[in-house]
Design a protein around this ligand. Sequence first.
Ligand code: ATP
Length: 501
Amino acid sequence: MNETKNKLASYICALRPIIYINHFDFSAVDALIQEVVKILPATPEIYEYNDAFGSVDFEWKNRQDYNETKDLPSFLSNFYEIEEESFLVLKDIHFYLENPKIIALLKAIALKTLNTKQEDFNTIIFIVASKLVIPTELEKLITVFDFPLLQQAQIAEIIEKFAQELEFVIETDLVEELALSCKGLSEFEIKQILCLAYEDGGYIDINDKKLIIQEKEQIIKKTGSLEIVDFKETIDAIGGLNNLKSWLKKKAKVFKQLDKAREYGVDIPKGIMLVGMPGCGKSLVAKATSRLFEVPLLRLDIGKLLGKYVGESEANFRQAIKIAEAVSPCILYIDEIEKAFAGVGETDGDGGVTKRLFGSFLTWLQEKENTVFVVATANDISKFPPEFLRKGRFDELFSVDFPNEEERKKIFEIHLQKRGKLPQDIDLNRLAKQTNKFSGADIEAVVKETIETAFIDNKDKINTQDLITVINVTQPLSKSLADKINKIKEILEKMKFKSAS
Ligand code: ATP
């Protein structure tokens, strides 16, 4: 809290005229403002406007029914003339930030603050809203204040207070464990979850951890761009890619004992980028890494980060990263990253949004010292900005090619076994020989189809010939996507990444 308070205080003292707090938990923001006021050299008068009631008393939230302040334009015009140190706290007004009159009024007040001398009376505007909307005209006057997520100790305090208020006993160990599960959530969300858990029995015990995790998954999903992925795959479900697998096993050793590793002087693993052929197990690797490292897998959908307002995409990105960091240690899985960032250097068709987002992502990757391990995958990186692939961003870049004969044999075995078929009844060598340039996904499709056909034909079991029959009529991805595949091949040859196999 102290760090947050000091940061906000420093913005106020530096006369940042409009401070945008992108948060939906208004009571938490009110509490922060009240705390900050206590450490400022001069005590400001605080005036609040919210979209529901108009002007309200900041402390008690009673409606201030003065005619002249019923709507936002009149509320703001009043403050242009005001001669006292003041804060205007404007809540949920993001819908008005496309209105020229409102923009002009905010600008006028902000410029007045900027043009006055430090010792004069200043008005600082706080916009508090769950959505970030920055009109271009105000871009230079607005400072976005990131409301930090709660630390584990703060969450533990909330849980203990909740138990005290409802007069039930909760063991310290349980508090610690629940607090860990609640990382990444706001106070409001934590309280909601605790109420839900409490209502279901009149106490909270370790069984409620599951409920907390489910609720948390829901909340994370609502961010729109992040999702917790549930899956069963382990590293043994991957046929081949032995280089990559043994590299990951080594990093897992570091990741599973981070404190010891850090103490020893080992760098925290940052992440990997997997580039290559479609359907060859890149996503599978992301999932298996999560099992191997024994941490949750969060999937980031960069496409969903993109917003229409200035700064909105970066704000969404910061929010997603903040959650990932709070949930950490975790794997942040970014699938088909080229779709979001390819061609960044070319045109500015979207007003530079992608470029800025790319910049934020690069900086975060380069500087990150947290325990979010990134697994990014891509097929075609021909339009990819070269700075992305430079050393230092990722620990390693791996190329993933079509499986070789030995690997195909293993992939057949995995998928037959997965469906309860005994590989010893099948000539795996023959299958592997007949499936040159088949991807793992193609092989899986062959196995699936063979088994389904045998079932429909009332066969007791499948044999090698059944599989060969399906192989002969299968059009592998390498043929159906020949152009795309050739292009990827060319790039991989040129880039000389470490081979995953
Ligand atoms: P894309 O680039 O098209 O997203 P990808 O490389 O991420 O493809 P996956 O989604 O991992 O490919 O593979 C699709 C499916 O094919 C997997 O769920 C898995 O069942 C099977 N598969 C692919 N490669 C392998 C492999 N090496 N071992 C076992 N199964 C595999």
